[in-house]
Design a protein around this ligand. Structure first.
Ligand SMILES: [Mg+2]
Length: 220
């Protein structure tokens, strides 16, 4: 029975933001304070276009393999695997960085289950991958990706599109159909509830049913 789960990596499993900022400080030789909550890195760190380009060049050259995982990354994946799920990474980096991505994931998700949609891929690219994988649930920290996955629900197999809200500004709002969480460990709870609802796993004896999904922000 299909229990394929797809996860974004940057901002979900790996602390890309802190690592990119650390790289920026090394490249620019100065402290790089966060000056804005904007999702776009140049605005977030008050960089010129030239500075931002220089950081990205250095990052692409040598940093993807060193990207540290969040403390919760292993627990999140193990919790999903304990539910009998197969976890895939669907990530917005270029395919040339896939080996480095696998290295930074330290075996939690093998290289063969990492799909790179490209650094500048449109939001719909991940939704297309989810359809091809027949993924039943998806977690991302960018609302455009979660929205696109939710919009594809009537057409495909994804039944649960979840946004991990990192508080970024300058992004679209999550649309109805997207479940919003602020703790990544809420995701396996939602997945377990979905699997039980759809008969993919039997409820455990004495299991207290989930009280309901997190509200869709902005929903009427
Ligand atoms: Mg992300």
């Amino acid at each position: 029975m299909n229990r394929i789960i797809a996860l974004d990596v940057d901002g979900v499993l790996a602390d890309f933001d802190a690592h990119w900022r650390q790289c920026a400080e090394q490249v620019l030789g100065r402290v790089v304070p966060q000056v804005h909550e904007d999702h776009q890195l140049r605005t977030r760190y008050g960089l010129t276009r030239q500075e931002c380009d220089a950081v990205w060049r250095a990052y692409h050259d040598d940093e993807w393999s060193r990207l540290p995982l969040y403390a919760h990354a292993a627990d999140l994946i193990y919790a999903l695997e304990d539910l009998g799920c197969t976890v895939w990474a669907v990530t917005s980096i270029d395919v040339r960085h896939r080996a480095a991505r696998a290295e930074s994931l330290a075996g939690l998700i093998p290289s063969g289950r990492i799909i790179c949609v490209g650094h500048a891929a449109p939001a719909g690219a991940k939704a297309n991958v989810l359809r091809d994988l027949c993924a039943v649930a998806f977690l991302d920290d960018h609302p455009a990706n979660a929205n696109a996955a939710a919009a594809s629900m009537p057409l495909g197999t994804v039944s649960l599109s979840v946004l991990l809200d990192r508080g970024y500004q300058g992004l679209e709002a999550p649309e109805c159909g997207v479940t919003v969480i602020d703790d990544p460990m809420d995701f396996p709870v939602l997945v377990e509830s979905l699997l039980k609802r759809t008969g993919r796993i039997a409820p455990r004896e004495g299991f207290a049913p989930c009280k309901g999904l997190a509200p869709c922000k902005g929903a009427a």
